[in-house]
Design a protein around this ligand. Sequence first.
Ligand code: ZN
Length: 320
Amino acid sequence: MIGLASRQAKSKKQKESTGATSYVCNSCSSEGVYIDHTRGEVICSNCGLVLSDRSIDMGPEWRAFTADEQNSRQRVGGPMDWSKFDQGLTTIIGRQNVDASGRKLTSTRRAQIHRLRKWQIRTKVHSSDKRNLAVAMTELHRISSQLSIPYSIRETSAVIYRKALRKRLTRGRTILGMIAASLYLACRVHQVPRPLEEVCEHIHITRKELSLCVRLILRYLNLKVPFASPIDFIHRFGTELGIPGAAKKKAIDILQLAKEQRLTIGKDPKGMAAAAIYVASILTGSRRTQLEIARTARVTEVTVRNRYKEMVDKLGISTT
Ligand SMILES: [Zn+2]
């Protein structure tokens, strides 16, 4: 009976943001699923309904025990990559004028291949959109390695940029500005926010231009971008300041308390994080100055001081 239900219950939803397929249970609408690879079944982990009994094994049909074997048996290229302008799917005509068995080509054939190669390069980036994308994705690779952005976030920002390009939001804006904005937003989507100022420093665009691009994307793209929470910043700032783990933990505790007391509402999360780190650094005996913390968090010293005063007053923390 479950088997019968499963065929009707197949409900695949394509998540465009990540490119991954996710299942939603038809019976209890839970999104948690368990994939049983030996049976090829997708089972709802909440109620046990079989959502699909025909999952396809995407892995290779061969086995390899050594790296050499792996190399000789592998016959596919790298995975699809949104952050390459062609998703890594173009055909490349090699520069060596040899055929499949390694023999030299005849001169007529060589001329033909030469012409093919020329047109292949020309058609690769034929429209202005494609050209824009090609430049943008190169910039994205450069900037994300400068900011040490991980692969998953780079992919998300590539998808955001592609959507913006399709909606013609890039018109009249610089490529760099839009790329920076999509990176900034992707960081927030993955809940590892970067201060707007930090992104600007690395990319050499003004804060004003970046926030303009960010607002443009947010307004027209219908993205679900969670607000940055002060807690998300603690680890980064803490590491940059070289404070011990205990101090980071303390800062998170303070922020949780502040959140319960509704102190964080309407406040810049960077400022809140900075103040919490300041308090925690004093409490755990690894004191950092307000100036040091303010510089790391890209806020003013005054902000740190004000947030710190509020926190100490309202939460009744004694730092002396
Ligand atoms: Zn279920």
